[in-house]
Every structure is written in C-alpha cells, then in structure tokens.
Design a protein around this ligand. Sequence first.
Ligand code: SF4
Ligand code: SF4
Length: 373
Amino acid sequence: MARVYIESVTPRNLEKKIEAIFSAHDLGMRGKTVLVKPNMLGPFPGDSGVITHPEVISAVVKSCLARGAEVMVGDNPGGVSKGTAAVGEATGLAAASHGCFIPINRRVKRVKLPSNRISEVLISALVLEVDLIINVPVFKTHVLTGLTGAIKNTFGYVAGAYKSKLHLKAPSGKLFAALLCDLFAIRPPDFHIVDALTAMEGNGPSFGRVRKLGKIIAGADPVAVDATIARMMGFDPAELPLLRIAARRGFGTLKAEEIEYVGETPVVIPDFELLLSFQPRQPKKGEKGGRTSRATSPEEQTEAAIIVRRSTLKPFLAHPDLCVRCGECAVNCPPRAIKLKPYPRIGRGCISCFCCVELCPKGALEVNESRGR
Ligand code: SF4
Ligand code: SF4
C-alpha cells in the first residue's frame, strides 16, 4: 500500500505540517547528505506558481537541518541563457535555502541510459553523490506530459544546455515520457513533497492560470503522488503516457485502491482546465474517428487521441504586445526553428517540444492548432 499525505496549509502552519510529515515518514536523515530538489524552471517570481514556492523550500530545509542532515538545495533551470546561481537569486530560492543553495550545474557526470536512442546524458554529479534526495515539485499542468510532478521534476537532474539535445532526440510524447522515466531511474528521489499552495491550470508549466489550493501532497511513491495530482486535476492517471510507463517500470502504483491517504482525501478541483494537448480530439467531419479509430481499447483510444492532438499543435506568437524581442525562444529552440524577424517566426522544423512557450519570459507565446504552415 502506498501512503500519500495530503495536508491543507497556511503560511502560519506550513513549517509545522512539513515537520509532521517528516515525523510520520522518518527518512533517517541524521548525519546524511540530503539534496533538496525544487522546480527551478527559470527566473520566475517565488509566488508565480511556476517554481517551487521559496516558503516551501525554507520549511523543508529547516526541518532537514533540525533532523541533523547536511542539506544542499539545487536544480538545473531550463534554458541556456541564465545560469543556476542567477536563477536561484531571481526566484528567491537561494535566499530561502538558509545558506544551503548550491549551483549544482558546476560539476557534471556522463551517465549511460538503457535506451538505444539516447545512450547517455550529462547530469549534475551531486545527484549521484548524496545519501538522500527530497524532490519538491509544483502542482501544475505541462504541455508535454499533462502534468508536472514527482517524475517530471527529475528532468532537472540534466545539466543546462543538454536538456535541449534531449528534446531533439525524443521529439514525440511517448519517447519523451520514456526518457523521463530513464532519467528518474538514474537516481529515484527518496521522498516527494509537492508544493500545491497553488495549482496551475491551462497553459502550464509557465503561463497557465494560477489558482489558490493551499495544499501539500507528499509520499515516497512517486507514481501514487502523481496519480493523486492527476485525479485532482480531473485526469484518469492511466490516460497519461508518463504515469503509465512509470507504473509499468515498477516506480509505484497508479491504482486508487492501492493508495492510503493520510490527512485528507483527494478532491477533484472544479472546472480545472487541462491543456489543449491533453483534451481528446473530436474526429473531423468524414474522418471516421481519424487515427483514433485504430485503437482497440479505451486506453489506446485515449493515447491515440493525445498523440493526434500533440502532433497538430504548434506554438504561435499569441501576444505580440508582450514580446520584447529578447530572443530567448530562438536561443532555446532545439532544432533552431525560430527566426527573429524581428518578432519570432516559427518555421517548418518545429518539433512541438514547446521549450519556447515554456521559457518565454513574457508569456507571449501560446500553443494552438497548426495553421498549415
Ligand atoms: S516571444 Fe518571448 S522569448 Fe521570444 S522574443 Fe518574444 S518575449 Fe522573447
Ligand atoms: S519552435 Fe518552439 S515548439 Fe517548435 S521546436 Fe522550437 S522550441 Fe520547440
């Protein structure tokens, strides 16, 4: 039975609640080295709902220090133009780490992967050196995987610019999900504490709408934790290729009957908006169900619908008034499909990885159905 803790929190009781979770789930931290791994996607403000809230990191670090651990806090941000130290500063995560923040990108190690397609990656060496890893992701939607959460958050093991190479090598949703599971398996974190102070819906992981949720969701089973997030968002967790592959690989359980809830039980957030790429597509007129018609089971049908949807989606400049022509989108586009003329133009080489949407600092890009470029 997997145990998942769900607690309602306020700024006043956050530390107490984290402390209680660590008391209930003793990781034996005394004398151990502990890496606290937030989601530090980019230089977004602490209360943006994009990155792990600095107050959550502060509470986790305090609790680990009080238990006698040697704590380090670090993550590899997305994008190539901002360094880890600069992003740590801009987000407030460095200041919230009680002197434990480390630019983990400075020492890297080459690691073999089981896949033929991607045989090795460069990850932060510290990930392989510490005794314990506490994973602290954020409750939000994700354009590629449906949701971010415990499993997706270990993509941050990968050092800097190497992330963009991986997008090129794993361009489809299914390949990317399998890659994320390979990365997770390099060093599965020992415990997961999801920052659900807010929930990002719609255009996640960077520019969705942020709703107040006021929860912490935690557990040692990453699939059970992510399945809980999925159910709260309104997904059937088995619909999501990432969670299905993770469960198949034995990282944990998706099944509601195998999850014991402590504190509260998960409740579906009313009218939670999923991403366009994860809403089943209606067949066009005369299409007889399109590619989905080849699916034989409800599970395959949903997967086919998701795949069809994703392949027809492209980024576009939805808000030219917000675009400051900084070029971040072009610099971070793995196949170099964006030209600034002087506003970004997306060319035919686009592989729908949505790094540009994720990393645009102004939220000027959105995802929509291809207009036949
Ligand atoms: S779309 Fe965003 S990232 Fe690209 S140039 Fe404009 S502001 Fe910069
Ligand atoms: S244009 Fe955007 S979505 Fe397309 S490949 Fe480049 S970064 Fe990815």
